[in-house]
Design a protein around this ligand. Structure first.
Ligand code: SF4
Length: 673
């Protein structure tokens, strides 16, 4: 890590000098937002106030939870104070967010601010290895091509980030990206972008922009005294913080692959045999492992059989909780003990470098220990079904205490004694007005005794009262009667698309509903094109088509509930097919079981937060106007809480009232290309 004298000087300041610096910082931030027009920004009170709250977090070193409505400009609200503070103190900082697109947008914002304020600041955008070209793999790929192949020209540009090759297909990229970095044997390492970024992430004097996955992995390594990925900093902003709980959960979720233990096990037994220890019979141990494998498969099949009996489709067994029988627990325990014994013997008797084998055996014995604790332990097990095959996964029950340890518990970390300060922000943290309880519980913030500030939500500056309306459709079948509901859904969606002459984003909660409706409506209604999201991971092309073809319609699910930002007429009609209650899975059920009124305490807040994210797609600028149509008869039951949570308060129940709003605001105008 490079040494930063400015940062050292700042740390050595006395109380008085530090207070003076803070006064200076406050007035710089205040001046910036008072003169925001000079910097090409409209004045937004919420943005100004949010920046001052971030200043207070810097000054007090208290964690901050702050919600900023759509359009506040939250990135500038935290970047301005932190960049001024960087200029003054030399303190680097980390911003973590959810997607590469947001990371790249933040990089652009930082460049704008750096130019406006004339503060030079280095930035590293930390991305996963699969986003970079590995020169060695590229050389191998190109060597197999004919001289006139187009790729030879494309890849001689000396750029290695995937963003510089927008047209490259996934199947080509997979052959040339970084898979495993053999840095010490690599003749190309000096020019390798992936490697340079990895180094910068640990040494930069400036700003690291990473995603939540990388941040969580780094925090986890630091808390276990492992090799860090990101440099230690005093301030970390978690933007899009509503995703953190899920990210911690994914980080802690593992697939149970018991037969993979055979390789390190065989290697370990071979080493022991070479030094004369013939106590372990590999074939016998292998037989126990195979028995356990069969036993777990039997448990899976029995669980699915039970499902079939209550008439649920086998394809829907995704997320189904798996309960292990006594035999599974017994065999797991047996293998765990064998692995521990073998590992001890290797460590005591072998002179070879067996670090890798020891680490592997250690990891596997942890896995068998988890299995042997069964459903009474600290883990939950479930089935996932892909391509007609079943996989078994596990995750710890208490994600909140793990999150607490990662984010708030400084006792075990490498951090300085006064710790790190987190700023958690998003447009969707609260349920109802200023109620952050659910978010706080999920990330363990409710366990923090002191040093945490909860700021009121800063409302969106957009005119929701005049520019947007919700249509709650009461005359539709309950989603519980799936077949009838889907038939009626097709008719309703068609009708609503025609009312606005397209310009609609239809959000589904399941791919099967989306496909059903698409199959029954087709790819056109009159002159209106209907697009559907891709099966693959990249949705850029379909988003672009939907945006440019203004009267078109897009059917979508999953990431589109929060991953689409389209200003203007293209998105004037947001149709929500069902209230987005989460899928019932063992972790949600476990959270529910911890509360007296579990459904209200867990499932409803989850639904409200997701609904708020979805509704946030509609109004993306001061001039945007539009409608939200919710096609779920359960709206009645939850209307009060929905109204408290969403920025749009006006609800109509008849198509006539909806039509008059559409006419008045000219949402139905056909837009010529
Ligand atoms: S340093 Fe690593 S990633 Fe870079 S070219 Fe070499 S092997 Fe590939």
């Amino acid at each position: 890590m490079s040494f930063n004298f400015l940062s050292l000087d700042y740390d050595l300041l006395g109380d008085y000098a530090r207070k003076e610096k803070m006064k200076e910082l406050y007035s710089k931030i205040d001046d910036y937002f008072n003169n925001s027009i000079k910097y090409g920004l409209s004045y937004r009170e919420g943005q100004h106030n949010m920046a001052l709250s971030v200043f207070e977090a810097i000054e007090s070193k208290e964690h901050l939870i702050i919600e900023a409505g759509v359009g506040i400009g939250k990135s500038f609200a935290y970047l301005i104070p932190l960049i001024y503070f960087f200029e003054m103190s030399g303190k680097s900082f980390i911003i973590s967010t959810s997607t590469i697109a947001l990371q790249e947008q933040l990089e652009k914002d930082i460049n704008i601010i750096s130019n406006q304020l004339n503060i030079p600041v280095d930035v590293v955008v930390a991305k996963g290895m699969s986003n970079f070209i590995c020169f060695n793999r590229l050389e191998e790929f190109l060597s197999k091509l004919k001289d006139d192949n187009q790729f030879i020209k494309i890849f001689t540009q000396n750029k290695q980030d995937r963003k510089d090759y927008p047209g490259i297909k996934d199947n080509v990229w997979k052959q040339i990206n970084v898979e495993k970095c053999n840095y010490f044997k690599c003749k190309n390492h000096r020019n390798c972008e992936f490697y340079k970024r990895r180094e910068l992430m640990k040494s930069i004097n400036g700003i690291i922009i990473c995603n939540h996955d990388l941040l969580i992995e780094d925090l986890s390594r630091k808390s276990n005294y492992g090799k860090e990925l990101l440099q230690k900093v005093d301030y970390i902003v978690c933007d899009e913080a509503h995703n953190l709980e899920n990210k911690v959960r994914s980080f802690k979720t593992n697939e149970i692959k018991i037969r993979n233990v055979k390789i390190p096990l065989r290697n370990a037994i071979n080493i022991l045999s070479e030094i004369g220890n013939v106590e372990y019979d590999y074939l016998k141990i292998e037989e126990i492992i195979d028995n356990l494998y069969t036993q777990i498969n039997d448990n899976v099949l029995m669980t699915i059989e039970k499902l079939k009996k209550v008439n649920i489709e086998v394809e829907d067994c995704n997320g189904l909780e798996l309960v292990f029988d006594e035999q599974t627990i017994k065999l797991s325990n047996m293998i765990k003990n064998i692995l521990k014994d073998i590992n001890d013997s290797i460590q005591i008797h072998s002179n070879k470098n067996t670090e890798e084998i020891e680490d592997d055996l250690n990891e596997y014995s942890k896995m068998f220990e988890i299995l042997s604790s069964g459903q009474n332990g600290n883990y939950l097990f479930w089935i996932e079904r892909r391509k007609r095959r079943n996989y078994v996964y596990c995750a710890p029950k208490n994600i909140n205490t793990i999150s607490y340890d990662l984010f708030f518990n400084n006792n075990h970390s490498f951090y300085r004694l006064d710790g790190k300060t987190f700023i958690f922000t998003s447009a969707t943290l609260s349920v109802g007005k200023n109620n952050f309880k659910y978010f706080m519980q999920n990330i363990g913030a409710d366990l923090v005794q002191n040093g945490l500030t909860l700021e009121d939500s800063y409302d969106s500056p957009y005119d929701y009262e005049n520019n947007a309306i919700i249509y709650s459709c009461k005359d539709i079948e309950s989603p519980k009667n799936k077949n009838k509901y889907l038939k009626e859904l097709v008719q309703k969606i068609k009708e609503l698309i025609l009312i606005t002459n397209g310009k609609a984003l239809v959000l589904f909660t399941s791919k099967s509903d989306m496909k059903y409706v698409y199959e029954h409506i087709g790819n056109k209604i009159g002159n209106i094109n209907i697009y559907i999201q891709n099966d693959g991971s990249s949705q850029d092309t379909v988003k672009r088509k939907f945006k440019e073809d203004i009267n078109s319609v897009l059917f979508s699910t999953g990431i589109f509930w929060e991953g689409i930002d389209i200003k203007g007429k293209s998105l004037s009609n947001l149709i929500i097919a069902r209230l987005p209650f989460p899928i019932v899975d063992p972790i949600m059920e476990y959270k529910k079981s911890l509360n007296k009124n579990g459904f209200a305490k867990v499932y409803i807040p989850e639904m409200l937060i997701k609904l708020k994210q979805g509704v946030g797609r509609l109004i993306r600028s001061e001039t945007d106007k539009g409608i939200v149509c919710i096609l779920d008869s359960r709206m009645d039951k939850y209307e009060k809480r929905i109204k408290e949570t969403l920025p749009i308060k006006k609800i109509v129940y008849s198509i006539e009232d909806l039509k008059s709003f559409i006419k008045k605001n000219k949402i139905d105008e056909w837009v010529m290309k």
